[in-house]
Design a protein around this ligand. Structure first.
Ligand SMILES: Cc1cc2nc3c(=O)[nH]c(=O)nc-3n(C[C@H](O)[C@H](O)[C@H](O)COP(=O)(O)O)c2cc1C
Length: 397
């Protein structure tokens, strides 16, 4: 044996060591002679006996196919036959049966052995019992299938919830020759925490709301439903934004999950006298974009978010502004303010202001689309990191 590298061990000693190692191996090790009819086994180690329950006397002189049975995959056997007839190495996983009939999964690797003239005369086979691995794999596959089904179901439910949520927002905006409304709504997930509303309260008088519920996904979406119903019933009762926000707060306080709140901005526009009355509740300020003077006028009243404080602790106020033809009123949620570029720098107010002023003469529809594109091009991304919602109007006459 040329393999001996350590002169301290004799050739006989090394052969004994090798046989011992082969027999102690947990794997089955087999040698079959393929130059004899039907390629019989000429050697099996102790590991093979332990694995299969067959003794050396049972198997020497037989082809190893005796391990196959009813459920053995023919395709795997074909791979073995093909490899042997082409004198190639191969590894397959196939179902075999022990002497007592117990099935087991065998990872079988067979390798051709050449004689000194380079002719393949024998094959060595290594058999490993991979039954446990296969069972774990099977369980994992089953668990994955269940998870995939579950995921499909959740996605379907989210899709249904998304459809339900779209009903709390106007499907079409009011049409009026004196004022043109426009909106953009893109929730981050299938269902989100932003929503808006535009209601005709009376002939030519409109209530315009934007709201942002803390968080995302199902919990936030459920709060949007609650908030929308609370707001709508109050909006139809009072023609004062401060009273509507106060009443909405009263309805929601104590019914919100701990730590949740809603920011909103509500305005009432009377197109008969071009008066806009508004109330801010923890929400970013709104803007009037005035093309006649190329100005951007911020609208604030500094109220706290809705749903957190008791009615006795909040005092929502309202302010009024006289609009003129060409003015654009803009409401938005914080996605546009929190947009960051690749260097993680937030867009400055000055940047947004100068962009809006530059676009003061665009129509309201164009303006909303341009603001969105501006935000996305600043971030270098295809979508916003948060729900993106804008609603506004333009005074036409
Ligand atoms: C060294 C060696 C070990 C083998 N060990 C196994 C084995 O553990 N289980 C098995 O199902 N087939 C084993 N086979 C494959 C079969 O002996 C046989 O080659 C295969 O069934 C394809 O031939 P057939 O179509 O004539 O049966 C082994 C083959 C060789 C050469």
């Amino acid at each position: 044996m040329e393999m001996i590298t350590n002169p301290s061990i004799s050739k006989k000693g090394f052969e004994d060591l090798l046989i011992n190692a082969i027999n102690k191996s947990n794997e089955g090790i087999t040698i079959s002679s393929i130059d004899q009819p039907d390629s019989p086994l000429i050697f099996v180690n102790d590991g093979f006996e332990r694995l299969t329950g067959y003794t050396k006397e049972d198997v020497i002189g037989k082809n190893c196919r005796f391990l196959q049975g009813k459920e053995t995959d023919h395709a795997a056997v074909d791979v073995l036959r093909h490899a042997i007839s082409n004198k190639q190495q191969t590894t397959v996983e196939l179902l075999n049966y022990k002497k007592d009939g117990t099935p087991f999964w065998n990872r079988l690797s067979i390798t051709p052995l050449k004689n000194e003239s380079g002719i393949t005369t024998h094959y060595v086979g290594v058999q490993s019992d991979i039954t446990e691995i296969r069972e774990t794999q099977k369980e994992l596959t089953e668990a994955n299938n269940i998870l995939a089904l579950f995921k499909d179901k959740i996605n379907f439910d989210l899709y249904q919830a998304r459809i339900a949520q779209s009903f709390i927002m106007p499907s079409i905006l009011p049409i009026d020759e004196r004022v043109r409304f426009s909106s953009l709504f893109e929730p981050k997930e299938q269902i989100g925490g932003d929503f808006y509303d535009v209601i005709e309260l009376d002939k030519g008088i409109y209530g315009i709301l934007i709201a942002d519920v803390t968080g995302h996904g199902i919990p936030a979406a459920l709060l949007t439903f609650m908030t929308s119903f609370a707001f709508q019933s109050s909006a139809l009762k009072f023609y004062s934004p401060a009273k509507v926000v106060t009443a909405t707060n009263e309805k929601l306080f104590n019914k919100m999950p701990r730590g949740s709140f809603i920011t909103m901005f509500y305005a009432i526009y009377d197109s008969n006298n071009k008066n806009l009355t508004y109330t801010q509740a923890g929400h970013p300020e709104a803007f009037i974009l005035r093309p006649s003077s190329m100005e951007l006028l911020p609208l604030t009243t500094q109220g706290s978010p809705v749903g957190v404080l008791k009615i006795t602790l909040v005092n929502y106020s309202e302010s009024k502004i006289q609009l003129e033809v060409g003015d654009k009123f803009l409401l938005y949620t914080d996605a546009i303010l929190e947009v960051r570029n690749e260097a993680d720098v937030m867009m400055s107010n000055a940047m947004l202001t100068s962009f809006l002023i530059k676009n003061a003469h665009s129509s309201i529809d164009e303006l909303l689309t341009r603001v969105k594109m501006f935000g996305l091009s600043y971030s270098g991304k295809k979508t916003f990191g948060d729900d993106f919602t804008m609603v506004g109007f333009e005074v036409l006459a």
